[in-house]
Design a protein around this ligand. Structure first.
Ligand code: ITT
Length: 212
């Protein structure tokens, strides 16, 4: 089944491709679908569910077919759940990419200065939305618990991965391989849940799909 991914984030694209590739889906980027890879999709809500569905539906209405989107972020307990749905634009840098990620991590570490290790608990949250050709949709949420360390470590992944230590692990999310990250991450969990729901509802038969 061919799915267009409603995302401008190359890190997400790589992970979703690997995760869904092994489940029999072909994931197509915005550029491969003939669109500007920096296309601004609407995200106006204050919940991951609202935003995931909003951006995915907006693209599906433009393109038709099957579209998948992901709204995700980091909730830090000592900051009352911030940056939350504002994780991408936390430091105010507009364009996606490494510069934005570095600015966000810098601001997060500044906000947590002086907060002792046991109070630096946090979780990644991911809500994936799937909209099919007739407009029906499915959502699934995944989370990954951990804490924020003081000095970034690791080069893989994206976003806040270098400062996120998953619970019970010694390596940060950015020190894990993509497969190791996908096995425990919020995005991996959400996508595996979505795939289960798809099969339960009979939206996917074998490696193909039927619309009802
Ligand atoms: P799209 O909306 O185009 O998909 P985006 O990066 O703006 O791209 P979001 O609005 O969902 O996506 O914001 C997610 C942000 O949360 C992302 O930019 C990271 O800062 C952070 N984040 C989400 N998942 C993450 C992960 O697996 N590792 C590290 N940081 C993550």
């Amino acid at each position: 089944m061919r799915l267009v991914l409603a995302s401008t984030n190359q890190g997400k694209l790589r992970e979703v491709r690997r995760l869904l590739g092994s489940l029999g889906f072909t994931v197509v980027s915005l550029a491969e679908a003939g669109l500007d890879p920096r296309l601004e999709l609407p995200e106006t809500g204050d919940s991951f569910e609202h935003n995931a569905l909003e951006k995915t539906r907006a693209l599906q209405e433009m393109l038709g077919g099957w579209v998948l989107g992901d709204d995700s972020g980091l909730e830090v307990d000592a900051l009352g759940g911030a940056p939350g749905v504002r994780s991408a634009r936390y430091a105010g840098v507009e364009l996606p990419g490494r510069e934005r990620d570095l600015a966000n991590v810098r601001l997060l570490l500044r906000e947590l200065e002086g907060v002792e290790p046991e109070r630096r608990t946090a979780r990644f949250v991911c809500v994936v939305a799937l909209v099919r050709p007739d407009g029906q949709s499915l959502l699934a949420r995944g989370t990954c618990e951990g804490r924020i360390i003081e000095v970034p470590r690791g080069e893989s992944g994206f976003g806040y991965d270098p400062v996120f230590l998953p619970r019970g692990r010694r390596r940060t999310m950015a020190e894990l391989s993509m497969d190791e990250k996908n096995a425990i991450s919020h995005r991996g969990r959400a996508l595996r849940k979505l795939a289960r729901r798809l099969r339960e509802r009979g939206w996917v038969v074998g490696d193909g799909a039927r619309p009802d």
